[in-house]
Design a binder for this molecule. Structure first.
Ligand SMILES: Nc1ncnc2c1ncn2[C@@H]1O[C@H](COP(=O)(O)OP(=O)(O)O)[C@@H](O)[C@H]1O
Ligand SMILES: [Mg+2]
Length: 412
């Protein structure tokens, strides 16, 4: 029996709280996974940024990445490491092109998901370039915003095609609003999307591998209250939301992503689901934060221990084959989900967790009652809030974590 060490790299940006908790719980778990063939322990390390040549330099078995969607050196390093060093990465860096909202809307509409009708609009202004003038003069056609408003109906939402974090999102009620928002949009390429309003429920589903958490979302609340602690979803709601999330994530190669859906008249409409590498901060997740850390540990340990193979290409054909084979969305979704479970190895993952991570819930529960956990929460609050609010908000997030401990942590 060989003694092996699997190295997990954390490729971090400004993250503070979650890596501290991830590292501390991994340390407390003292994992020694006996696969029957090997004895595996784990080492967690923060990935550094430095020059690198094109040659194999195996260092990590798995990397949890929070950087490559905007930091190009790390993106190239990760792509090289997948090609040359056979590592597994959350998330697939080749999916970055599909993070644009419009691509994700198109693909899921093509699979039959009830995505609200969406139009793309050429931008109001451009960065000058030598070919721009002849291109636009020859080919750009004049268009009339009120026609698009009429096609979509008011209210509608105008949002950047590759947006995130509500930047540049406007609710439009009439032709004048539409014109004004367009005039102010500058160089941004915008989507105009039919609204799902009024809606009955708004849920954000966080997916980590085959695990999904449902969080009822209140977009009108201040940041620290947007993820609510309410749970009024039926089993049927959960099933369809779980299935849609897993399909979206498997389709795009996103191990870690969040999907926003609104329910109106019994139908769940996904409106924003290209959020790979979503918010992981205790200051927004609070009550749900311990779930995120333990789900992350489960999926990363599983992938590293079993040397799960990265799927470098996105491979969409099987999903479209299912679409062709069936007639109703219900049947199709069942077919897509089967592919998602295969790609996420759900059954094997669950058996692995039962066998090797049965103490994780207890360790997580205990850790989130400790002084170390409180310090991690405070460190994040200190980085985000003015000094005179630090104690108040540290207490608030801490109390919510304690509520999680008494409601979920202990019972699991
Ligand atoms: N089609 C829609 N119907 C109703 N509300 C919407 C719609 N699109 C966006 N919104 C509202 O605007 C917010 C921001 O839009 P979203 O698409 O989530 O962009 P971002 O990527 O910036 O989060 C959503 O959380 C929701 O409250
Ligand atoms: Mg959103």
């Amino acid at each position: 029996m060989a003694k092996l060490t699997r190295k997990i790299g954390l490729s971090l940006a400004a993250d503070i709280c979650w890596p501290i908790c991830y590292e501390a719980i991994m340390d407390r778990l003292k994992l020694n996974v006996d696969t029957g063939r090997d004895q595996i322990d784990f080492q967690v390390e923060r990935v550094t940024i430095e020059p690198f040549p094109i040659k194999p330099m195996p260092k990590y078995d798995l990397v949890i990445d929070r950087l490559t969607h905007w930091y190009h050196v790390s993106r190239e390093w990760i792509k090289k490491a997948i090609i040359m060093d056979d590592i597994y990465v959350f998330n697939n860096p080749w999916s970055i092109q599909s993070m644009e909202k419009h691509t994700s809307y198109s693909a899921m509409t093509q699979l039959g998901f009830p995505v609200p009708e969406t139009w793309m609009i050429p931008p109001k202004e451009y960065e000058p370039s030598p070919d721009l003038e002849p291109t636009l003069t020859r080919y750009a056609r004049m268009f009339n915003l009120p026609d698009i408003g009429k096609a979509l109906g008011y209210p509608l939402y105008m949002k950047p095609y590759s947006g995130g974090g509500w930047v540049g999102v406007t609710r439009i009620e009439n032709d004048d609003d539409f014109q004004k928002a367009y005039d102010e949009s500058g160089k941004r390429v915008m989507n105009a999307q039919a609204s799902v309003e009024p809606y009955d429920k708004f849920v954000r589903c966080v997916g980590l591998g085959p695990q999904v958490r449902f969080v009822t979302y209140d977009p009108s609340a201040p940041l620290h209250n947007r993820y609510t602690m309410e749970d009024d979803l039926s089993e049927a709601d959960r099933e369809i939301l779980r299935d849609m999330t897993l399909v979206i994530n498997a389709f795009f190669g996103w191990d870690f992503n969040s999907c926003e859906s609104l329910e109106r008249d019994g139908i769940w409409h996904p409106i924003d689901f290209a959020n790979p590498c979503p918010d992981s901060q205790v200051t927004s997740l609070h009550y749900h934060f311990p779930w995120l850390i333990s789900a992350n540990i489960r999926w990363s340990v599983y992938c590293a221990a079993t040397k799960k193979k990265m799927r470098p290409n996105l491979d969409w054909k099987p999903f479209f084959a299912v679409h062709k084979k069936y007639d109703t969305f219900h049947e199709r979704l069942a077919g897509y989900v089967e592919i998602a479970h295969k790609r996420f190895e759900t059954e094997k993952f669950e058996a692995f967790c039962e066998k090797h991570l049965s103490h994780l819930d207890e360790v997580t529960h205990e850790f989130f009652g400790s002084e170390d956990a409180r310090k991690a929460v405070k460190a994040k609050v200190e980085a985000m809030y003015p000094e005179h609010e630090v104690d108040e908000f540290t207490d608030l997030f801490w109390e919510r974590i304690q509520k999680w401990r008494s409601e979920e942590g202990a019972a699991r």
